[in-house]
Design a protein around this ligand. Sequence first.
Ligand code: SR1
Ligand code: MG
Length: 406
Amino acid sequence: MALSNDKLAAYPHYKTFSSQDAAVFANDHSELFGEHSQLHTVEFGDGNLNLVFRVKNQFGTSLIVKQALPYARCVGESWPLTLDRARIEAEVLLQHRQQVPDHTVEVLYHDPSKAAMVLEDLGDHQILRQALIAGKQLPLLADHLALYLSHTAFFSSDFVLDGPSKKAQVARFLNPELCLITEDLFFTDPFCNHERNTFDAALQPFVRGLWFDEDVKAEVASLKASFLSKPQALLHGDVHAGSIFVRHDSTKLIDAEFGFYGPIGFDVGSFIGNLLLNYFSVEGQLNDSHAAHAQQAYLRQQLTRFEVCFNQHWRDLMRSHTKDAALQSERYQQQFLQQVWHDALGFAGCELIRRIVGLAHVADMDTIANKALKNQCELRALECGRRLILQHRQLASLSPVLQLLT
Ligand code: SR1
Ligand code: MG
């Protein structure tokens, strides 16, 4: 497919892959298939931005090829988007996999000039969002996310890297175009009457209330300022329930194209926000009230467990792996962790609101068939989001939030 788009100017070797191109790319850059393989390829990407192919041979061996398009897939060519996001994604995943190999998808090969990469196939896993909507309970989810988020953040932070190395990393992962998407969709659009917003008419009174609430707007402004100007660690940048593959005993993060150096609380808060979105959707998704209560109890338990495990990892890491002499101050370390939680709870509040009011919704809510019930679930989530935003600087931890949920 020939495209004319100035995002392509720096990419003379770029061509949007056909299924055949994806098969050749996977075969050329992996030993996995072997000489007599007959390859079958399907494009099955259902995300907002990219092409995703599964290339499989007649023996069932398979790989994933992911390629960035020079525009946002969910909107079309009218929204041009940098191809550099494929490089960022591959490099973030490679770095995160060094810290947490068990919970990061494996990048087998990547070619920035083609904006493409070969990934291990996680076909025996399921997207977390689908699992949660179906009422599945993943017992190790909180432990795994706490490990992933604490280790990836800590080892890319000032606690470990010296000034010049950290600044080189910050420069390598500036990711201005993808950050701008988050700056707009997460912090700006939902809090004003923006044309990209979409929400049901029944939510109008609540949403309009938000748009004119100066207290909410001031808190969101300070959260956005943190997102813009707090390069604490190399974030995944988009830890929603569609970026996490799960199996009963396994959890793997994928899709790190929004990666950049930002506030540690952003990834933590995005994850918490997504569990809360599912929590508020449960009554609309699960007809059996016993099953619904059990699912909500599971989600509260996982949120509690996540907080405990994250704090434990973070304190252990700060105590035993801090290289910077000044940052070894115990009092500073306590204050730092406290600040991460203040930020995280505020970001979680924004995630709750932007996924109901903004451009990019979540299936947890959108697939609730009964409209009145859907709006009831959405309003509860919006109210929780509003409170989190207003109170995040006073909230020292998740537990008072969870108490409000019971
Ligand atoms: C146009 S991109 C919309 C959303 O999808 C991504 O996964 C991010 O969450 C982004 O905000
Ligand atoms: Mg994604």
